[in-house]
Ligand binder design. Sequence first.
Ligand code: ADP
Ligand code: MG
Length: 591
Amino acid sequence: MKHSEDLREILHRIDRRSYPAYKDTAGAYQFGSYVLSIDHVQGDPFAAPSKVSVHIDGAKAGFPSDMTGKKHTRIALADALIRRFGREAEQHSHKAKGSGKSGLLSVSRPGQEVLARSACEIEPDSGDLVVRLEVGFPANGRTINAGELEKILFRFLPECVQQSLFYKTADKKHLEAVKELAEDQYYIRQQLKERGLTAFVADGSVLPRESGVSDRPMKQAVKFCTPESMQVVMELPHAGTVKGMGIPRGVTLIVGGGYHGKSTLLKALERGVYNHIAGDGREYVITDDTAVKIRAEDGRSIRHTDISMFINGLPNGKDTRAFQTEDASGSTSQAANVIEAMEAGTKLFLIDEDTSATNFMIRDELMSRVVHKEMEPITPFIDRVEELFTSYGISTILVAGSCGSYFYKADHVIQMMQYVPSEITEAAKKEAARFADFAKDKPKLQESVPPDFARVFAADRKAALNDRMKIKGMGKDAVSIDRDTIELRYVEQLVDSEQTMALGYMVKYAKQRLFDGKKDLKAVVDMLVKIVEQKGIGAVCEGRYLPCNLAMPRVQEIYACLNRCRGLRIATIHGPGMRINCAFRENMIQE
Ligand code: ADP
Ligand code: MG
């Protein structure tokens, strides 16, 4: 192992030479209690900054094993460390001067959610710690200013590291609180399963956010207050007794007048698949972590998805058992979103009328009398919602401001009134029964055939040989791999642009290594998940260094991303009754 003084020597030697001489600094150097590794050196002062990582031996870092041993506390600890380290680094950013990105110290900036990130990883057994960041190597014009880099690497960085990455100098009380919160959140997640609940919202939670562009809690919000009939009491290991609303499995309806807080409650439930930091207001808003927000998504691409559960007999004769389009309608996109979420293993749908296709959600009585059933390709969601629960074990929480028909299907009805929920199941059911001559000659539903998930993709051969596939993130909205842009704007439970980047790397990896025209989508996703669970999120990046800006997405978002990838070719589809169609399609693809 080279020593920090070796690095100092290199810096002295290359000072005032032209920028590419900085490449000589690449390598690992022992800096007292940690190792500094210069993983990648930028090509010029205006290019993306250099990648640097700090490695600390578990024994030296000294974090107690009850913080590093379990996955949920480990992720919470890493999250806390990266936030602290980031605050330190920010104070030193651009204190070293020069052209372009000279002097930049850039560290991941986590939002309100606690996610596993490549910016800070902790080895479960040893407690070994890695922190990854970007440093703009200083220059004047394109001439190396090594003195400024020396300042960064020998003064600023050591200070940041000493202040934030060792237990002995850490704010122990804060870290203890972080660990305890993670354990309490984990406990609630376990309790959801044990008690047959899909979600829990604690009394006193703050659900609304500061603004449409800020995810911080609203300051003068009405705090959440549980209707007595839905109250659940949790004895948390650390925070003690917490009361709140437990939403049982089954079909739950959220109703209420406009602007009374329905969508805000649903949004909080969508985010409850993740843990939130202390002070967020949603610390104890915990949702079944397989939950998927289902919405209409006009224009998305659909790849051979069996949406026949909802859509049959399209006027253009398209086969809905292997539906394919580059430009879906509101209803077909929402149908595909449901089926794909089932494939991704969800046990809870979250749906807001505001973002749904009306004709996908309901068909009223008068309309079905006027337009005959045979002329209507859509079996609306309302006709499947019970079956989804009884046959597939998938619950639904649905915001319905205008459509009363769902009263007949709901196991629980929650009314939001000036941001305060009350349970009105009985009253709603009574009113519905009085109203019900409508139910008399309801059209007979056709039995639904389970959707077929056996889709087999093949990567483009061109892509498979191309080792330099470029990945470019566009915030949370999209990621492009080479020139294939995957739209993710409406995948609403992607909460961080670093998750989007990670998905980009996963798709690239899957395209190059996994899609072979034989494995179906599930097999591919299972392999991706196994790789990142075992080896960390960086395992799917095959470049020379591991990016410092990746956050772990859920399985559900991995599916969502692959399902929206236009650049994948369908190799074959198998499944009952599909071989003929399939052969036909393959011919068309090969043309
Ligand atoms: P709905 O879906 O019922 O029409 P929203 O959930 O969109 O209503 O909420 C309407 C507005 O009220 C939003 O601007 C939201 O931020 C605000 N709001 C929601 N819940 C609360 C609350 N608990 N306290 C204060 N304001 C809230
Ligand atoms: Mg709304």
